[in-house]
Design a protein around this ligand. Sequence first.
Ligand SMILES: Nc1ncnc2c1ncn2[C@@H]1O[C@H](COP(=O)(O)OP(=O)(O)OP(=O)(O)O)[C@@H](O)[C@H]1O
Length: 260
Amino acid sequence: MIEFRNVSKTYPNGVKGLKNINLTIEKGEFIVIVGLSGAGKSTLLRSINRLHEISEGEIMIDNESITAAKGKNLRHIRRDIGMIFQNFNLVKRSTVLRNVLSGRVAYHNTLRTVFGLFPKEDVNLALNALDRVNIVEKAYTRSDQLSGGQQQRVSIARALAQEAKIILADEPVASLDPLTTKQVMDDLKKINQELGITTVVNLHFIDIARQYATRIIGLNAGEVVFDGPVDEATDEKFQEIYGQQLEKEQQRGPIGEGAE
Ligand SMILES: Nc1ncnc2c1ncn2[C@@H]1O[C@H](COP(=O)(O)OP(=O)(O)OP(=O)(O)O)[C@@H](O)[C@H]1O
């Protein structure tokens, strides 16, 4: 469970990224956060694992305050949280397997992992993770030889190898075409359903959000302006919330059918 308690974030230049956010995200939910550019989606997502520090309030992960956590305790809470980025964040010159194994780093002492000495169980875990996202045959390929969609699947496998209980995905499909978008979103949904991993995804596009989310949270200017199930997140509702701002944003069409 992730809990935001009166969370605000003010950037050093005075911009308010988040304004008094109160939210509870239950285990196993698939949350999509939507909002226009600058609404605060990244700030909210990245505050969960403290990639961004909040200015006020507290964030609880399974009833433990990550806001107050330090040192080993903080590392342990973070170990349970996998992160997926728009640009994949892979070591491009390393093999796929090595990138996935990096999800195990937090479980071992540094020296061992610097030399790539992962136990056999970790290698099996990494290969299983790659199998789950259907690219195990790429395990020994250099990451920069993969397509964007495949690289994003490697980053999902890395979060699986990490044995994350929560996955945060910050615009995971923003650099991908519609077909690959579907494959990556399907993978995220599959692991959410099969493994019960709580998933929080930032997306720019409401129609993709509606296809995958169990609950949609809408942000505007750092505030929660919508929080509800998919069937309440209608075009009319979003028109009412975002009004003319929405019309200026390009809406992406539905994801193509027939992808694997
Ligand atoms: N490092 C920073 N310093 C100052 N202001 C920032 C910083 N990062 C973000 N902001 C501001 O905080 C607000 C929220 O930004 P954030 O990146 O969270 O929005 P977003 O919804 O993720 O937008 P996008 O979809 O464009 O990524 C914006 O007004 C942004 O300009």
